[in-house]
Design a protein around this ligand. Structure first.
Ligand code: AMP
Length: 550
């Protein structure tokens, strides 16, 4: 027997429709690339999102087509979040920190039809515009007065102006209704081996993830809050915050390119921000600024930190010095991204500050919707005793089932009941209370300031040097960036090469920030039975290596 409740698909457009009707005057404040602070409301964002949807129609964008963005956190980007997905097309948020070659690869792989960009990425657009295969229109997210000069514009085929494009639409548009399993957005991750892979979210997965993210033990956001996502809208949809704010009616504050401590602090204070979210590196910058200038947070009450492990000292400092509660969270692009959050259970309330810090320093417990388990190398489930460590597997309605275009085949592992589990590539233990602690990573990637660096790309470049017999690139600890690449090299017999020569060998071949911080020369790299480099052993060997950049 079926229940007798209404059938209503969970669509992203419903979030902005709700905000327009129930929180029409609530503000969306953005620091613009033009340099000023811009203020709008959900009512206006909703209206302009409808104009975006109409404009896409005039550009020939059909449901399912991919529409790319290269943009900071700002209101125009938000209008694209709703205008593109709401119309049935797929919003592809491209990470501007990638090398132009990777951006071309990703745009071609996604078959992007239109690409919207913030003016600060104009040099990047000039580098890729003539090279992509499918992009038909390039749209500068600005007004006529700030458009590129004629000589620059001439080099970008079919360059359009965002404000002109949407200004030509009357906004009389009704959001279409369709199956909630329809693809809504696409985000490529470099946190896998080989080329970046696409993670294709659906309307249903996005709306469900947004509801879970808003829960009290996760971001805990309500209509009286003002939330500022420091985490970029090009990195897993800013952890869902640009959907969560209109869902809850919270004021949304978007920092644009101003991610330095001073700019962020100004926005926090001027806009009465109560909740924020970002990677540890950004908070370091903010805390140094606040410390150095003897400042305080007058409204901030909670900061969600994830993307890399948050040092306990940072959690303590936020609490003791500034009265800000840290929610340490863990997740991945493949998980939309939130999987766990370190909120207290009832039994922790009366605990000592040290005991509480220990709970807050874990990666947290699973939020509803996410199941997790740790397994041994044979796939057998390990106990949650706070001791046993194993590969961390997850499942749930906002967790990937396969990569875009089936790249890499079926990523899931089946259990005895036939349920698929996604192997996260993280190694973890779980306490008897269900708090998960990441202890290591089995995937071959390096995470610097919350962004991935592909170790295999770095090794391939080193191997192309005539003096290099074998090269392994591993993550070395860095106090600011958490991890930075360390290149371990075996030289060819009789060959000579210096550290400096190898480092400059990377010039122009990769994004500059991917360049290894250091090179060490060894006689041999440990190999496994199948001849694979044993990076876990190498990481152990260089655990205490001090990078010259620290
Ligand atoms: P991404 O897909 O870029 O969001 O990266 C996801 C990966 O970042 C995870 O699989 C972890 O390796 C790492 N990560 C995310 N959050 C944390 C955290 N709180 N502590 C440690 N590692 C984390």
């Amino acid at each position: 027997m079926n229940g007798q409740m209404m059938q209503q698909p969970l669509l992203i457009s419903s979030l902005i429709v709700h905000a327009e009707r129930h929180h029409a005057d609530r503000e969306v404040v953005s620091r613009r690339v033009e340099g000023d602070i811009h203020r709008t409301t959900y009512q206006q964002v909703a209206a302009r999102s409808r104009q975006v949807a109409q404009a896409l129609g005039t550009l020939g964008v059909k449901p399912g087509d991919r529409v790319a963005t290269l943009a900071w956190n700002g209101y125009r980007h938000m209008e694209l979040y709703f205008g593109v997905s709401g119309s049935g097309a797929v919003l592809h948020t491209v990470n501007p920190r990638l090398h132009p070659d990777q951006i071309v690869y990703i745009a071609d792989h996604a078959e992007d039809q239109v690409l919207f960009f913030d003016m600060s990425f104009l040099p990047l657009i000039q580098a890729v515009a003539g090279r992509t295969k499918t992009v038909r229109h390039w749209v500068a997210m600005t007004d006529r007065a700030h458009m590129p000069a004629a000589d620059v514009a001439a080099k970008i085929p079919n360059l359009l102006c965002y404000e002109d494009l949407i200004g030509a639409q009357d906004g009389r548009y009704t959001w279409p209704s369709f199956d909630e399993n329809t693809a809504s957005s696409l985000c490529y991750t470099s946190g896998t081996t080989g080329n970046p892979k696409g993670v294709l979210y659906s309307h249903r997965s996005t709306v469900l993830h947004t509801m879970a993210a808003a829960l009290p033990d996760c971001l805990g956001c309500g209509a009286a809050d003002a939330i500022l996502p420091v985490v970029p809208m090009f990195h897993v949809n800013s952890w869902g915050i640009v959907y969560l704010a209109p869902m809850t009616g919270a004021k949304l504050v978007l920092p644009g390119p101003g991610l330095d401590g001073k700019s962020l602090y100004e926005l926090f204070e001027n806009e009465g921000v109560t909740i924020s979210a970002g990677v540890p590196t950004v908070w370091q910058g903010l805390l140094s600024h606040v410390d150095a200038n003897g400042l305080k947070f007058s409204t901030m009450r909670k900061s969600a930190i994830g993307g890399s492990a948050c040092p306990p000292a940072m959690i303590k400092k936020f609490k003791d010095d500034y009265g800000v509660h840290v929610i340490h969270a863990w997740g991945m692009t493949e998980m939309s991204p939130i999987g766990t959050a370190a909120a207290f259970k009832a039994q922790h309330i009366g605990h000592s500050p040290e005991q509480k810090l220990a709970v807050m320093s874990t990666q947290g417990r699973a939020i509803y919707g996410v199941d997790m388990k740790i397994v041994d190398p044979d796939g057998a489930e390990l106990p949650w005793d706070g001791q046993a460590t194993g590969d961390l597997l997850v499942r749930g309605p906002w967790i990937i089932s396969s990569y875009f275009r089936n790249e890499g085949g079926n990523p899931l592992v089946q259990d005895a009941q036939g349920h698929g589990w996604f192997p996260t590539g993280d190694v973890a233990k779980v306490t008897p209370e269900g708090y998960m602690v990441i202890t290591d990573r089995s995937k071959d990637v390096i995470k610097s300031g919350g962004e991935w660096i592909g170790s295999i790309d770095l090794e391939n470049i080193a191997m192309a040097h005539p003096a290099v017999a074998m090269a392994a690139c591993i993550a070395a600890h860095h106090p600011k960036w958490d991890e930075r690449p360390l290149l371990v090299v075996v030289k060819k017999p009789g060959a000579e090469v210096t550290r400096e020569e190898l480092i400059s060998f990377y010039d122009g071949k990769i994004a500059k920030w991917w360049t290894p911080d250091d090179v060490v020369f060894v006689d041999a790299i440990p190999l496994g039975a199948t001849g694979k480099m044993q990076k876990i052993k190498l990481r152990e060997q260089f655990k205490t290596h001090v990078l010259p950049t620290t």
